[in-house]
Design a protein around this ligand. Structure first.
Ligand code: C2E
Ligand code: MG
Ligand code: MG
Ligand code: MG
Length: 288
């Protein structure tokens, strides 16, 4: 009887694995078509100076509504894009689209727009694509210089090939880009690389920020990250700020920037521009 039961479990496992594989494949096929047909969009979420409350940059976040009108979360489709290699065309598109949008804002603001745009780069994209060339292309196509970009990398990007990553990051710095370490504290943190790499900003992961006011452990982790980044001469962005109290506490602790629903959810390009330039937004036209 035990044997039969085990066989049943194995079968069930195989069926489940098959269902997961099918779902992935379906998503991969749909995602490939979505990239080709330009069905992806970028939304923009403000990152604010915690002391002045001023918007310093916008993080560009991929959005995908499929043909049946279903909205897919990037936490689902980015991993599929990474495993299938689709992250390369997706990542190229994201950088190009962010540059195009920024050029539109610059144009509408008539030279009064200093905001930056932060683009997420995945480890696989960094290994397989020439990011520095993409920044050159953004400049020649849209006139947007590399110093208007922040590039957000995760710890996994560095762990996979530290020497090569260091070389790429140094090149990006030389072009003038700002480099941010995303989701800091959630990955495999080798503190030695932090000191060796030209990282400008540490982004404290939302999981440490949410509920930190009522959790001694979380607040200790946040304090530790803040003192580490200060010791290394880096700035910090806290993700997932949803209340004023959190913003004030983090500012008091010396955190530089904040991002979260308190300021705004990720917005389409026109709404982001309206938030940035409330007085000129009515007359703006070129941002779609
Ligand atoms: P991330 O880079 O850490 O981006 C921050 C995520 O936190 C976003 O989720 C944002 O909507 C969410 N968020 C911001 N503030 C709050 C808040 O106050 N409360 C809550 N609950 N959430 C908040 P989103 O847009 O779902 O993106 C998830 C992840 O997908 C991103 O995490 C990033 O790792 C990845 N991703 C998105 N777009 C791209 C892309 O174009 N390329 C790559 N490689 N990855 C991307
Ligand atoms: Mg990010
Ligand atoms: Mg993040
Ligand atoms: Mg995060």
């Amino acid at each position: 009887a035990k044997r039969a039961k085990d066989t049943g479990l194995v079968e069930e496992y195989q069926n489940q694995a098959l269902a997961v594989a099918r779902e992935r494949f379906t998503m991969e096929t749909a995602l490939r078509a979505a990239i080709e047909n330009r069905e992806l969009r970028l939304h923009y979420q403000p990152i604010c100076d915690l002391t002045s409350g001023k918007i310093v940059s916008f993080e560009a976040l991929a959005r995908w509504t499929d043909r049946e009108g279903r909205e897919h979360s990037p936490t689902d489709f980015i991993p599929v894009a990474e495993e299938s290699g689709l992250i390369v065309p997706l990542g190229r598109w994201a950088l190009d689209e962010a540059a195009r949008t920024l050029a539109g804002w610059d144009h509408d603001a008539g030279g009064n727009c200093r905001v930056r745009v932060a683009v997420n780069l995945s480890a696989i994209q960094l290994q397989r694509d020439a990011i520095t060339t993409l920044l050159d292309t953004a400049f020649s196509r849209y006139g947007v210089a590399a110093n208007r970009f922040t590039l957000e990398l995760t710890e996994s990007a560095i762990v996979s090939d530290p020497d090569r990553m260091a070389a790429i990051m140094n090149e990006l710095k030389e072009l003038g880009a700002t480099l941010a370490m995303d989701d800091f504290g959630t990955g495999y943190s080798n503190l030695a690389y932090l000191q060796r790499l030209p990282i400008d900003v540490l982004k404290i992961d939302r999981s440490f920020v949410t509920g930190m006011l009522a959790d001694r452990d979380k607040i200790s982790i946040v304090r530790a990250i803040l003192s580490l980044s200060q010791a290394l001469g880096m700035r910090t962005t806290a993700e997932g700020i949803e209340t004023n109290e959190l913003a004030q506490t983090l500012a008091g602790l010396g955190c530089t920037y904040g991002q979260g629903y308190l300021y705004a959810k990720p917005l389409d390009a026109a709404s982001a521009y309206a938030l940035l330039m409330p007085s000129t937004a009515d007359t703006a036209s070129s941002v779609s």
